[in-house]
Design a protein around this ligand. Structure first.
Ligand code: DC
Length: 225
């Protein structure tokens, strides 16, 4: 009997370090990587390019089906193409995250993205990063992790990331945005942000990225055969 392709799910609120930890874990395991937030962000960007009304769920659902998203590694960097255009930089903006969070609250949008996310599960394994990877998309995942960190620490990390990129933002504004996004992601009725019952919680406050990656990888069983 063939064993299912192993999946490591890494869920948690924005700024908990999921992206960096997931990418490093995938690279150390030699597994594929799914950045599910990028799919919601891509729909947000496509909707804004098409000037869609955020209060029109039917249009947003159509947009979700019509949006083509491709992940390509170019010179060692992951670039993300939306409907054929390189949208990597626009996808990372805080405003795009807020847009994605609003769109992600629409049940039909989530349903439309379900199979697309599951298609990333290919040999030799998958690291899936998001909010509902362990609860909804891959409930049978081999290992489930939920990363947390205090909102202040997450705002501080985001602030440093943006500063390194030369983007100047006000810390208090960033903290407020993070708290608002957390509240929206946690309170929505479909697939709210919450740890799966069988997820291991890791509080990353005060831990280095390497320490978190080591803790996560220690939870992944070696594959027999
Ligand atoms: O992880 P991120 O910041 O790129 O995600 C952007 C938004 O997309 C997030 O605020 C909520 C939504 N999202 C989601 O609802 N479910 C996921 N699996 C991933 C992201």
């Amino acid at each position: 009997m063939s064993t299912p392709v192993p999946v490591l799910t890494i869920d948690g609120p924005s700024g908990a370090g999921k992206g960096t930890v997931s990418r490093l874990a995938a690279s150390r395991l030699g597994w594929h990587y799914l950045d599910s937030g990028a799919l919601y962000r891509a729909v947000g960007v496509a909707a804004s390019w098409a000037d869609l009304d955020l209060a029109d769920p039917a249009a947003l659902v159509r947009c979700t089906f019509d949006t083509d998203v491709r992940f390509s590694e170019i010179d060692g960097n992951l670039r993300i193409f939306v409907n054929g255009s390189d949208a990597t930089d626009e996808l990372r903006l805080e405003t795009t995250g807020t847009l994605a969070s609003a769109i992600a609250a629409i049940p039909e949008v989530r349903a439309a993205l379900k199979e697309r996310q599951r298609a990333f599960r290919r040999e030799p394994g998958l690291v899936a990063d998001g909010r509902d990877m362990g609860t909804v998309i891959f409930p049978d995942a081999t290992t489930k992790v939920f990363l947390t960190a205090s909102a202040e620490e997450r705002a501080r990390r985001r602030h440093n990331q943006l500063k390194e990129k030369g983007v100047s933002v006000i810390f208090d504004g960033l903290l407020r945005e993070i708290l608002a996004r957390d509240a929206r992601d946690a309170q929505r009725t479909v697939a709210p942000l919450k740890p799966a019952d069988d997820a291991v919680l890791i509080d990353t406050t005060g831990l280095s990225i390497e320490e978190v990656v080591d803790r996560v990888l220690a939870l992944v069983p070696a594959r027999a055969g």
